[in-house]
Write a protein that binds this ligand. Structure first.
Ligand code: ZN
Length: 343
């Protein structure tokens, strides 16, 4: 089969496009013919090499994918060949104490398609049958590939962790990346007032088109002061900050009394200066979050059903041009998801 993969860890020049053996589904697994896959920053970390997480080489990247079930291994009844599906990228063991609670992304053996095992930058990908969900009919293949990882991550943070309710306010730090854009779309659907920051005027303009109520150029102004001004000194109920070290202290300063801070990453570093005084005096709560559960994945799919929420696709490249697609991601110029079309 055709695939984009690397034989050695390193820079983008390591990405090759060529032939690999077709994978064979084992018991409880499906083989999906990939119609589209989407890129995540995780793909870059995996290619560069993550300490403690070895991959069998050559390794196929890609956690997000949508396609058609092509064959199934022994014991699979959930789906059948010909079904159009999207994949939940998170793989759980089903037996540990956290899986028994239904907390799949806390699984002690939690793994991701494309990180620990072969991913979706390929004509075929193997996944557990339980990870295959019906593709929302309202979405194109590219849109369907674009949502699983980012929408699941944003959904768990806003709905399960922060328990956002209509009328509350949300500040998203660094709009443009997949999770931030998904959070904006979910938050508007819930009925939140949403503020977003970016250093890019073009990204702020796109955020307004998607319904952001207020935008802040964080290259020009201290966003925490601007949030205080925009909210009559009150601050926002929820802050989503996956930028980390560069912004965390100002994110704390942007939260209203009783506010919630959400983090699912730290692109500028995991060891920011903090402000315990504000955290206890203002009774703030910090929620860490990773991916989500099967209940959350299933629970989020209906938001696509009336066609009002469409995952934002920044650009589509053919699989053969995976290296160019990854270069666009590494330039950080994208708004929404970069997608690979697999013909
Ligand atoms: Zn488990």
């Amino acid at each position: 089969m055709k695939a984009a993969f690397f034989r050695e860890h390193g820079g983008p020049e390591r990405i090759e496009y060529g032939e690999l053996p077709e994978p064979v589904p084992g018991p409880g697994q499906v083989r999906m013919k990939v119609r589209a896959g989407a890129l995540n920053h995780l793909d870059i970390f995996v290619r560069n090499g993550i300490p403690g997480i070895p991959q069998a080489l050559p390794h196929v990247m890609g956690s997000d994918g949508a396609g058609v079930i092509e064959s199934t291994g022994p014991g699979v009844t959930r789906v059948k060949p010909g079904d159009e599906v999207v994949l939940n990228p998170g793989i759980h063991c089903g037996e540990c104490e956290f899986c028994m609670r239904g907390e799949h992304s806390l699984c002690v053996a939690f793994r991701l398609i494309g990180e620990h095992i072969a991913g979706t930058y390929a004509e075929y990908v193997i996944a557990p049958a339980v990870n295959a969900y019906p593709k929302p009919a309202e979405l194109t293949w590219e849109e369907a590939a674009a949502f699983p990882l980012t929408f699941l991550t944003a959904w768990r943070m806003l709905v399960t962790k922060a328990r956002a309710v209509p009328g509350e306010s949300l500040l998203i730090i660094g709009i443009g990346g997949g999770v931030a854009v998904a959070a904006l779309q979910i938050a508007k659907r819930i009925g939140l007032t949403v503020y977003a920051t970016s250093g890019s005027p073009a990204k702020l303009a796109r955020a307004k088109e998607l319904g952001a109520d207020g935008v802040i150029d964080h290259a020009q102004t201290d966003f925490s002061r601007e949030i205080r001004r925009l909210t009559g000194k009150r601050g926002v109920d929820i802050v989503l900050d996956s930028v980390g070290k560069a912004t965390w202290k100002r994110s704390i300063a942007s939260a209203a009394k009783g506010g919630r801070l959400l983090t699912c990453g730290a692109t500028t570093g995991p060891d920011p200066e903090t402000d315990l005084g504000r955290i206890f005096w203002n009774q703030l709560t910090v929620y860490g979050s990773t991916m989500g559960t099967h209940a959350e994945f299933a629970g989020m799919l209906p938001i696509f059903r009336d066609g009002k929420v469409k995952p934002v696709v920044d650009a589509v490249f053919p699989l053969a041009e995976a290296r160019r697609a990854v270069a666009r991601l590494e330039e950080k110029g994208q708004f929404g998801k970069i997608v690979l079309r697999v013909d």
